[in-house]
Design a protein around this ligand. Structure first.
Ligand code: ATR
Length: 275
């Protein structure tokens, strides 16, 4: 057992080279005066990687694409929200090698939304039906909002809609629907495909708020067009920072410096843009 040495935290993904989590978490640890290091691992086998958490006494792990679902069977326990969403983005090692999985994506999105609007009673058009969409639907329902799912593929969209008890429409029908807020959970518009948008510009007048969970680029084509249509827009940095801050709370039982984390992420994204 490691004694008198820095605690290690990690992110498991593949690819993981562009992850901003190490910069964000290390900045938070430093400000919080915690003797810990956060390192990225490009994972080849998720089963072996989870064994490595115990073997190396890694205290906490962020899990990202493509392992959020496949990691689940290798953990000792997962919390109820992760089970419902079907994805884990956070692992806590209790120090004795017992690993518990959590999902902070939905909390991150809810916190970000609630800085701009009250979720309760509002309708949310959710674009997509993958893991990120499931986290969004779960969080919105939990807070008393009304999600409506739109997806390119009917089968997956209907499956998520059935599971969470909400309506489903094909993405091609979106211009017929009015909602308070639109949330894009698909990867359409993410770098390098920055000239793509999941929606026709004309549909955007049906929404007051438009949220893109993509943070690279900061201003996606969807958000640029939404601004032109008079919508209030939210980029993906808020959700990213809050989901990370909620991970710190799980690992350290301390409130992390969210403003500092946000600043570090924004700075790093701007540097990236300039290259
Ligand atoms: P994640 O777990 O990050 O949410 P995912 O499970 O791969 O990622 O889900 C991606 C979502 O984006 C899916 O809903 C996908 O739609 P399909 O079910 O039709 O595949 C959606 N998506 C990806 N590319 C898309 C595109 N070009 N147009 C519309 N939707 C797209």
């Amino acid at each position: 057992m490691a004694r008198n040495s820095s605690k290690i935290y990690a992110v498991f993904g593949n690819p993981v080279g562009h992850s901003l989590s190490p910069i964000m978490h290390n900045a938070a640890f430093k400000r919080m005066k915690i003797d810990a290091h956060y390192v990225p691992f490009c994972v080849k086998s998720v089963e072996d990687a989870v064994r490595g958490i115990r073997g190396l006494d890694i205290r906490g792990v962020s899990v990202t694409i493509p392992f959020k679902t496949t990691v689940m069977p290798y953990l000792d326990e997962v919390d109820e929200s992760s089970l419902r969403i079907g994805a884990v983005n956070t692992i806590l090692n209790d120090g004795n090698g017992r690993l518990k999985g959590f999902n902070t994506d939905w909390i991150g999105l809810n916190r970000d939304l609630e800085e701009s609007l009250e979720i309760r009673g509002k309708t949310f058009a959710i674009l997509g039906a993958g893991g990120a969409a499931r986290a969004a639907v779960f969080g919105i329902l939990k807070e008393g909002g009304i999600p409506v799912i739109f997806n390119r593929t009917t089968e997956t969209g209907e499956e998520v809609a059935r599971e969470f008890g909400c309506p489903f429409y094909s993405l091609s029908e979106i211009e017929k629907i009015k909602a308070d807020c639109l949330i894009n959970t698909t990867s359409v518009g993410m770098a390098p495909d920055i000239e793509k948008s999941p929606l026709m510009k004309e549909s955007l007048i049906n929404f007051r708020w438009v949220v893109d969970i993509i943070y690279n680029p900061l201003k996606t084509k969807l958000l640029r067009e939404a601004e032109e249509a008079g919508c209030t827009v939210l980029d993906g940095v808020g959700m990213f920072v809050h989901q990370g801050a909620e991970q710190t709370k799980i690992w350290m039982e301390m409130e992390p410096p969210r403003a500092l984390m946000r600043g570090v992420v924004l700075e790093s994204l701007k540097e990236h843009d300039g290259n």
